[in-house]
Design a protein around this ligand. Structure first.
Ligand code: SF4
Length: 421
């Protein structure tokens, strides 16, 4: 079948800068064919792989249907990462010999009817920093990867629901996405003001029924409520978040702060106990934070949650690009995000902004500072986006219920405003 046309996030640049973060952070599940190919590559100590070191490991599933992953060394790095920070498979056999998951990263492909939207993972520092060639210049490479990953019959994949029980077609889902992308793209106003409008429009969409509003009428409807959002009062001061909202938000941030490398997941009872202690401390918000990763030191919650001063001006561009790439690429709903309906997925995506700012504050306080640097925000974004749409924890009922509670109580709006100002 001919490849469906790609919709690229043209505002984004990317080239790999060989920092090797992905080879240290990600767990790479491989197919049976890839497992066999890697075993047949016959890795030896002269290639830098000790005799005792397996190159693939069981990952999940019963013995008769085992799933495998690339093996990792004790520090959590991929066994194929060499001392120069490069991939041994790539160096010895060329790029096509690597597992598909490694070749795709940091791109993400999402079938959308007669098109495929492309997004990027901001767990890669080069994506966050917008380094390298524009994705338009990378088009041929992206197309080649797309051919490998987009399955035949992708145009038959159903669109996400708008809200539970409400179906529209793909063209209308793309109309919703374009409307929200348009509000965020209007950078004459601050990001706080734009997100205030996004949440107003999202609230109206959440309450509306679209059985009879389709196609051009839907575009008109979205245009009218977007204009109405511009007349909405923008509060001079952010409103305080409710007590329940603060607790739910801290628990949500704790999920983003976790480090789920192979080494962390194999930590056994001690690691599980630490996670339990962390959950308790994040529930009460009293005393000191549990150190969920080396970069986060135990610091008083109160030091993170007090007013913190202005965020660096560069943050506006980073968050704007982040949200636009995710929205244009539909990287927040449907198959790309735990089959969440459009509205719920967008609420989740918006919650990642205060979550990143909370984590950035934690990094700053860990470094004995009470003001943010742009590096804090970049690092916090790589940590949080590592999980977004990929960590099973974010797809659980309890996580999704947390997002809904924060949205229904109005705390999503308060959190966005509190942390952005
Ligand atoms: S994290 Fe990004 S820049 Fe670093 S090695 Fe991986 S793809 Fe390249």
């Amino acid at each position: 079948m001919a490849m469906l046309p790609l919709r690229l996030p043209t505002i984004q640049n990317w080239s790999c800068h060989n920092c090797s973060d992905c080879c240290r952070q990600h767990l790479i599940e491989i197919t049976e064919e890839e497992r066999q190919r890697i075993v047949d590559q016959n890795w030896k100590p002269k290639d830098g792989i000790p005799e005792s070191q397996p190159v693939v490991e069981p990952h999940a599933g019963p013995p008769w249907n085992r799933r495998y992953r690339l093996a990792h060394t004790d520090d959590g790095s991929c066994v194929f990462l060499n001392e120069k920070g490069l991939c041994r498979i790539h160096a010895k056999f060329g790029e096509p010999a690597k597992p598909l998951a490694c070749r795709i990263y940091p791109y993400a492909f999402h079938p959308a009817g007669k098109k495929v939207t492309v997004s990027l993972r901001f767990s890669c520092p080069s994506v966050v920093a917008n380094l390298g060639k524009s994705v338009v210049e990378n088009r041929d490479e992206i197309k080649a990867i797309g051919r490998l990953v987009v399955p035949d019959g992708a145009d038959q994949i159903p669109p996400p629901l708008v809200t539970p029980g409400q179906k529209v077609d793909w063209d209308d889902i793309l109309r919703f996405a374009e409307a929200f992308d348009g509000i965020i793209a209007d950078t004459e106003d601050s990001l706080a003001e734009r997100l205030h409008r996004v949440l107003f429009v999202l609230g109206v969409v959440d309450q509306s029924r679209f059985r009879l509003i389709r196609g051009e009428q839907l575009s008109e409807f979205l245009g009218i409520i977007t204009e109405a959002a511009e007349d909405e009062d923008f509060p001079d001061e952010p409103q305080p978040v409710s007590g329940i909202g603060q607790m739910q938000f801290r628990l949500l941030v704790a999920q983003y702060a976790r480090k789920d490398t192979v080494a962390d997941l194999s930590g056994g009872f001690a690691a599980k106990l630490n996670l339990l202690k962390a959950a308790l401390s994040f529930t009460t918000g009293k005393g000191e934070t549990a150190a969920l990763q080396d970069c986060f030191k135990p610091v008083p919650f109160s030091d993170i949650e007090q007013p913190f001063g202005a965020i660096p001006p560069e943050a506006d561009e980073i968050f704007t690009r982040y949200l636009r790439v995710k929205i244009q690429g539909l990287h927040f709903c449907g198959r790309a995000y735990y089959d969440a309906p459009f509205v719920e997925g967008l609420q989740s995506l918006l919650l990642i902004i205060p979550s990143i700012l909370w984590l950035a504050r934690w990094l700053a306080v860990s470094d004995n500072r009470k003001s943010l640097r742009v590096e804090d925000i970049r690092q916090a974004m790589t940590i949080a986006d590592h999980h977004h749409g990929y960590s099973p924890a974010l797809g659980t009922r309890s996580f999704r219920r947390r997002v809904r509670i924060l949205a229904q109580m109005g705390d999503l709006q308060r959190l966005v405003q509190w942390y952005l100002r």
